[in-house]
Design a protein around this ligand. Structure first.
Ligand SMILES: [Zn+2]
Length: 200
């Protein structure tokens, strides 16, 4: 089987490893439905692509059968929505992950607990590499995407902020009203938590 015969959506990972073959591709974001959903795509934005490579490796071990590995790299640029100002914020993604493939789910679960920096997957002869690449990109995204500094001023609260209010959440003071503050202003609550933990 030549490397051009491998189908990334139904990949024979064991064969890829046996050949030590490398696949690569450039796929438009529109071919990753969940990646489209995760982004803020504005009218007029040029379509972006995911550039990826996948290399199979058969790792010979002293005892037992050779191990099947696949090393995946994926790079792209995403437009996420800043959760502070709701404007688009760009994110460069560069993923480099190794996966070990085993014959069945029970072996995968047992090995997954042992290996720290690699995931263990089941090789079924028709593995969806395209979906794995999408999974890994989605897993790498920040839970709350945000600009480091928003391009526009954001009104954080309907309450006017006075300079003296900064002392209201002083760690030495009583916690009266802290619950209300957390509901209205999650970031202030977080900042208060940080102050509290550094004070203890
Ligand atoms: Zn922002």
């Amino acid at each position: 089987m030549k490397s051009r015969d491998f189908n990334p959506a139904r990949l024979d990972v064991e064969e890829l490893a046996r050949q030590g073959a490398e696949l690569s591709g450039t796929d438009p974001h529109s071919s990753f439905a969940r990646l489209v959903d995760a982004q803020l795509v504005q009218r007029g934005d040029a379509e972006r692509h995911v550039h990826w490579t996948a290399r199979g490796e058969l790792l010979r071990v002293r005892a037992g059968a050779a191990q099947v590995w696949m090393h995946v790299n994926a790079r792209t640029h995403l437009n996420l929505q800043c959760q502070r100002c709701l404007d688009a914020t760009g994110l460069d993604v560069d993923i480099d992950r190794s996966f070990r493939f085993v014959a069945d789910e029970a072996t995968a679960v047992a090995l997954d607990a042992e290996l720290d920096d690699a995931d263990v997957l089941v090789a079924d002869g028709a593995f969806d590499l395209h979906a794995l690449i999408e999974d890994e990109i989605l897993l790498s995204l920040p839970i709350v995407p945000m600009h480091e500094v928003c391009p526009h001023q954001v009104i954080m609260s309907t309450l006017p902020v006075r300079p003296g209010d900064a002392n209201a959440t002083d760690p030495g003071g009583p916690d009266d009203g802290a619950d209300d503050a957390a509901k209205e202003h999650p970031f202030a609550a977080l900042a208060a938590l940080k102050r509290r933990s550094s004070a203890s």
